[in-house]
Design a protein around this ligand. Sequence first.
Ligand code: 13P
Length: 286
Amino acid sequence: MGDNMLINSKEMLLEAKKRKYAIPHFNINNLEWTRFILEECQKANMPVILGVSEGALEYMGGAETIVGMVKGLLKELFITIPVCLHIDHGQSFETCKKAIDAGFTSVMIDGSKYSIDENISETKKVVEYAHQHNVTVEAELGLIGGEEDGVANKLGFTNLKDCQYFLDKVQVDSLAPALGSVHGLYKGEPKLDYETMKTINENVEVPLVLHGGSGIDNEKIRKAITCGISKININTELQIAWSNAVRDFLDNNKVVYDPRKIIKSGEQAMKRIIQEKIELFSNHNR
Ligand code: 13P
């Protein structure tokens, strides 16, 4: 059996920043999704970040359950690529601490609902605890728009001055600057502020993260990577691909009732999206 261990996101993101490609962050919702993602990333030899929102954390039975499941899959599936298990949009120090104690290797503390100084003090608490445990921390500045798992935000752009002010006071390992992307489906064309993205990237050392990666066309994703994005979060496109395939399968198989067959019917559709994103994010640099 393989003995791959979960790792934090530090090295993989710094390497991606240096070589101008992006690490995929795919959100997981259950055992099958985790398995499909791991298998496809292993096939492409692509490091991966498995993102778990607070809603998914609760849904899958808590942090201990998820850590056990992921570690088991790494072993049983002989996964050898670098894999990081990450809390997506952690809303509080308590959520992050619980996940770290259970064995998550990375956390995002989303203090975007606070003023910048409150965001700094909440993030500082998390960084202090996380770094004692060799866990990496992602923060958000400005407001990423849209809705994910019941957490909804208006869009609020950030800027270089705020990023520098923030990073001067708290040593996070990656930063998600809100620059026009939204969670869920875009209403109209996504409009990203590439100029600011590039300026921030050139003036800060930490790798930058693009949330709301679904629904942004390939050309725009390539441009974002060129402007310095090192991690891209994808959830909605996997949800849509999987649910459309399952809906088709059920429409065409009226008497099926084995849940394994039903859930697995979304596998190929999901894997196609994963494969496409890996190729796109690699940016010819891997
Ligand atoms: P999408 O909803 O665009 O897939 O974004 C996911 C995300 O950013 C998770 O944090």
